[in-house]
Design a protein around this ligand. Structure first.
Ligand SMILES: *Cc1c(COP(=O)(O)O)cnc(C)c1O
Length: 238
């Protein structure tokens, strides 16, 4: 079923994006290249296509396999990079391996091995990010900081995986100073540990920062922010 986008809603998204882009520039004292990825969970395909076809959004990310599959055929994909940003079950890798350009959330050898296996089947090399659990929270995905180095080392054995960088989700209750602490720590891993274990990374990616924290993340060296709420509004309409 097609929803007709109201001109008010279109104008609202266009305005939030131009505001976000300005805030991103203002926060970017280091001057690194930063990608704005739209996190599109619960966002209807028509809205996503409007953002990519008319508002210059080049990167979108889904965090549920089922939702990605249900939208996939109707997504405009020319010049659009579709990412997978949520936690991924090993048995679902096969559904997305030919549909996404990057998996942000690799946090176990079992998952890495399955991505490698499926990528090989499709004759491709899959770009991945290693998710780091920087707040060392229980019940949260991501590699513990102390295990990152060893984990990266083991990933070098997989031929059909290309490690492009790191991803993190900061703890939810953060204040700005907490975000600074966690993002600075993640950035240190990004510049110290990652290149030590993975050589010659093509355009290294540091995926960190969401609606509440993207300016702080950019100040701390993020190269990709994942934004949902600030772009599309609160998700309560669904
Ligand atoms: C939903 C989601 C985001 C975006 O969150 P907002 O707070 O709405 O900007 C970013 N990353 C992941 C992994 C998500 O699931």
């Amino acid at each position: 079923m097609k929803t007709k986008l109201s001109s008010e809603y279109k104008a609202a998204i266009a305005e939030s994006l131009s505001d976000i882009r300005k805030r991103m520039r203002d926060a970017n004292g280091k001057g690194q290249e930063v990608t704005l990825l739209c996190a599109t969970k619960t966002v209807p395909v028509e809205v996503i296509n409007y953002a990519t076809q008319e508002l210059g959004i080049t990167d979108i990310g889904e965090n549920r396999v089922q939702e990605l599959l249900s939208k996939y055929d109707e997504l405009e994909k020319e010049n659009v990079n579709v990412h997978f940003i949520g936690s991924l079950q090993t048995n679902k890798v096969k559904y997305i391996i030919d549909k996404v350009c990057m998996i942000h959330s690799v946090d176990s050898l079992k998952l890495a091995a399955e991505i490698d296996r499926q990528a090989k089947k499709h004759n491709k090399v899959m770009d991945i990010l290693v998710e780091i659990n920087i707040g060392e929270e229980e019940n949260k995905g991501g590699i513990a900081p102390s295990e990152l180095e060893g984990f990266l080392e083991k990933l070098t054995a997989f031929e059909n995986i290309r490690v492009r960088g790191l991803m993190t989700i900061a703890p939810f209750w953060c204040e700005k100073s907490d975000y600074q602490k966690y993002f600075t720590k993640t950035y240190q891993f990004f510049i110290d540990i990652l290149p030590k274990k993975i050589h010659n990374i093509y355009k290294p990616v540091l995926s960190m920062g969401m609606s509440d924290s993207f300016e702080t993340a950019i100040e701390c060296g993020s190269t990709l922010v994942r934004l949902g709420t600030v772009v599309f509004g609160r998700r309560e309409y669904k």
